[in-house]
Write a protein that binds this ligand. Structure first.
Ligand SMILES: [Zn+2]
Length: 150
């Protein structure tokens, strides 16, 4: 469904879970997560399957339903489970996974402060993504080094 997708991360990133179960949309509030600007849909496996499941995508039909929910976007949340993150390379999907988690944490903190949260304007997001996405290989080298040291 997505010839542009060459790498996929599935994660159980804790800070994104509340956004998959409350109807509160996850939105980009800083430059590092500008890629979220197209919106972050929520895949509800109960709706997709028409009944109760163990919450895991175990059939091709559920995988296709998840891909339809994702559409052309880079991130979809999975209600009560986690997220799926896609992109053109492994460094990019890891970058997007890390900053989706960070954005979710920051958004929860910003909302808890009680004021009005100012999210990135779509044009700000477009400009920020163009400049920030080129820096994804830098943290990748650090994260790779840390992971391989374990
Ligand atoms: Zn999982």
């Amino acid at each position: 469904m997505r010839p542009d997708v060459l790498a996929i991360v599935h994660n159980h990133s804790p800070s994104v879970i509340p956004f998959g179960v409350t109807g509160v949309p996850l939105r980009p509030l800083y430059h590092m997560s500008a890629f979220l600007s197209a919106g972050v849909p929520v895949f509800d496996i109960r709706q997709a399957s028409g009944g109760m499941t163990d919450m895991l995508v175990r059939t091709p039909a559920l995988g296709q339903a998840l891909a339809r929910t994702l559409g052309t976007r880079p991130v979809a949340l999975m209600r009560g489970h986690g997220a799926v993150v896609v992109g053109a390379s492994l460094p990019l999907v890891v970058f997007r996974s890390v900053y989706t988690e960070v954005n979710a944490r920051l958004q929860s903190q910003a909302m808890a402060l009680g004021g009005q949260v100012t999210y990135l304007d779509p044009e700000e997001a477009r400009l920020a993504e163009a400049s920030v996405s080129g820096t994804a290989p830098r943290p990748w080298e650090l994260w790779k080094k840390k992971a391989l040291a374990r």
